[in-house]
Write a protein that binds this ligand. Structure first.
Ligand SMILES: [Fe+2]
Ligand SMILES: [Fe+2]
Length: 247
């Protein structure tokens, strides 16, 4: 398995299931982002809530609150992901040198996600979660302990985390596509910033689901005890998301 394959070319059956759950709720056959857009031509998401044309309306207070919460959770989640891989990598790479490129590939993608949400939070002056120090410690402990337990436990950790995060990002994509649909139905122009955000969250969601497939391909389900380990981690993820939305 080559970790250097493009993310969307690597979506396997588990990732596809999660992705399909979102796609089924999206507007059929419609893509709001031009596929010809290149990163160089993408607009900067510098004003998600300001009207920029006669047909553009600012976001409602409820929409701004949704974005504040969602982006705060996303940043915290990506911080945790980078710390999990940082802590897992030394024991895993030492015991299984062939996994070094994969561990680095997944870390590099998480670092990119974290950087993106850091920039978005700074640009829109959204406060990070007050739980930032606690999530940092918890993620490091989780990464270290699953790394020491071995390859299967480390991969089970990734499988559990990415299952929750994939669902989490799918929920955001569904919500934002609903906004876009409403704007279009009212004849309003959809701002480039909102389109850019949807595009980025979809890309990040696909990369998380790619990690999920890598984990399953590398024997996550052979972890012992698999059900307990993934169950505890998934409940922990849900709890962290819930808390980070609020504080
Ligand atoms: Fe990520
Ligand atoms: Fe990930």
């Amino acid at each position: 398995m080559s970790p250097s394959l493009p993310a969307r070319a690597r979506l396997g059956p588990f990732a596809s299931q999660l992705r399909a759950r979102c796609s089924n709720n999206a507007v059929p056959g419609r893509t709001i982002i031009s596929s010809s857009a290149s990163p160089a031509t993408e607009p900067a998401p510098d004003s998600l809530d300001k009207p920029q044309g006669s047909r553009r309306k600012p976001l409602s207070a409820a929409q701004k609150q949704f974005l504040d919460r969602a982006l705060r959770v996303n940043q915290a989640g990506e911080l945790a992901a980078t710390l999990i891989y940082t802590a897992q990598a030394p024991p895993i790479n030492k015991a299984h040198p062939h996994l070094r490129p994969l561990m680095k590939h997944m870390y590099d993608q998480e670092a990119g996600h974290f950087k993106y949400f850091n920039e978005i939070l700074a640009k829109h002056r959204i406060r990070p979660t007050a739980m930032y120090p606690m999530w940092s410690a918890a993620a490091t402990v989780l990464g270290w302990s699953t790394g020491v337990l071995g390859r299967e436990a480390a991969m089970a950790c990734t499988e559990a985390v990415e299952t929750e995060i994939g669902e989490h990002y799918n929920g955001q994509v569904r919500e934002l596509l609903g906004w876009v649909e409403g704007m279009e139905a009212r004849g309003e122009e959809v701002g480039e910033e909102l389109q850019g955000l949807v595009k980025q969250i979809r890309r990040i969601r696909d990369e998380e689901l790619e990690h999920l497939d890598h984990a399953v391909e590398n024997d996550a389900k052979q972890a012992n005890p698999y059900e307990l380990l993934t169950g505890v981690i998934r409940v922990g993820c849900r709890g962290a998301i819930w808390v980070s939305e609020k504080v």
